[in-house]
Design a protein around this ligand. Structure first.
Ligand code: NDP
Length: 329
């Protein structure tokens, strides 16, 4: 069936400026780490992408290694871009990354100029694009000089293969150094992508303050702790869940009984706000104006619809925030 986007899509979403850059991002962005790869069902991920765009989601986040197999999420996204979103490229912010293992040998991993430049070339081919909007270094490399990695990002922008650059998984001290190098090169970092949720709070220690000071955007990933911050695991492990999938990264080491008990208590609190726990977890991030957009995943359209409803209430009473802290202690 031919797809034609909902003309009312931009009335359904709020957009926040990304740091002091020229672009705004939707309060919710869609990530393609899981559920869009070669192992996944075409009709399902196509429907998720259509729903996202129809809901005002303009930002789609990928990486070279998303799949499985690695690269397949970019390939599948490229096919659907051509098929359904032809003519809408200029309404989208598409990001990709390099930094984790992608191909064999010494040049398919970490942060060398050799790796980043060739990886982005491969990503562009897979997505059938001339450029991406944001290119990230996916994780810091302890061995490559930061100057080289940042010079690679600068080069990529000057080559016209990316419009903006971002950093992911950088802790504050190395992030501050990288930001200074990029500034000197004339290619500012516009966004940081940290893991941040009610269960993962390191960004609060100093990163969020640094982002505010540098006027750089923030896009937290895994806001639902990969699905744990929802009601789905309260009665065991559903068959079709990420936890049950062999290629998933959610397991009992992370989802301890103690955590599940906290989830149960948070779920009661969310019900008191007339929200699902997933909605409350997203709203809890968006209550902070330093957060530009929350990067969610979804394995079915109904989950994305549910998550989008978080935008109906992102305000918390002090008593609710205190209750959340008591549970998370
Ligand atoms: P989430 O924490 O949002 O987890 C998504 C999963 O939660 C879904 O696959 C689904 O699990 C479940 N879920 C989603 N919505 C709901 C809902 N409303 N109710 C109940 N369950 C729900 O994010 P991800 O871990 O998927 O990460 C999001 C994105 O962040 C990635 O796609 C990627 O773009 C980015 N990312 C970046 C990283 C980095 O290093 N920079 C690392 C990891 C992610 P199920 O499949 O079980 O149904």
């Amino acid at each position: 069936m031919n797809y034609s986007p909902d003309p009312a899509r931009y009335q359904k979403m709020n957009y926040r400026r990304c740091g002091n850059s020229g672009i705004k991002l939707p309060e919710i962005s869609l990530g393609l780490w899981h559920n869009f790869g070669g192992v996944d069902v075409y009709e399902n991920y196509r429907a998720i992408l259509q729903l996202a765009f129809d809901s005002g989601i303009t930002h789609f986040d990928l990486a070279n290694n998303y799949g499985p197999p690695p690269g397949s999420a970019e390939e599948n996204f490229g096919i659907i871009l051509k098929q359904d979103f032809n003519g809408y490229r200029d309404e989208m912010i598409i990001s990709t990354k390099a930094g984790y293992t992608m191909w064999d040998g010494p040049y398919g991993d970490w942060g060398s100029k050799k790796y980043l430049v060739s990886s982005l070339d491969q990503s562009l081919k897979r997505m059938q694009l001339d450029y991406v909007d944001i290119f990230y270094h996916h994780r810091p490399d302890p061995d490559t000089p930061l100057e080289e990695t940042m010079a690679a990002l600068d080069l990529i922008v000057r080559q016209g293969k990316a419009l903006y650059v971002g950093l992911s998984n950088y802790k504050t001290p190395e992030f501050n150094k990288a930001v200074a190098i990029l500034k000197d090169l004339g290619t500012p970092c516009i966004i940081h992508q940290p893991k941040y949720s009610m269960f993962e709070r390191w960004a609060e220690e100093s990163l969020l303050d640094a982002l505010e000071e540098h006027k750089i955007g923030c896009i937290p990933f895994s806001p639902l702790a990969q699905g744990l911050l929802s009601n789905k695991y309260l009665k065991g492990i559903p068959e079709d869940s990420r936890w049950a999938k062999p290629h998933g990264f959610l397991n009992e080491q992370y989802a301890t009984p103690d955590k599940i008990e906290k989830v149960r208590e948070l779920n009661v609190l969310a019900e008191g706000r007339n929200q699902t726990l997933a909605q409350m977890a997203i709203a809890w991030l968006l209550k902070d104006s330093r957060i530009t957009t929350v990067l969610v995943g979804a394995s079915k359209p109904s989950q994305l619809s549910d998550s989008l409803k978080s935008l109906e209430n992102i305000i918390f009473q002090e008593s609710e925030l205190a209750a959340i802290e008591r549970i998370l202690l």
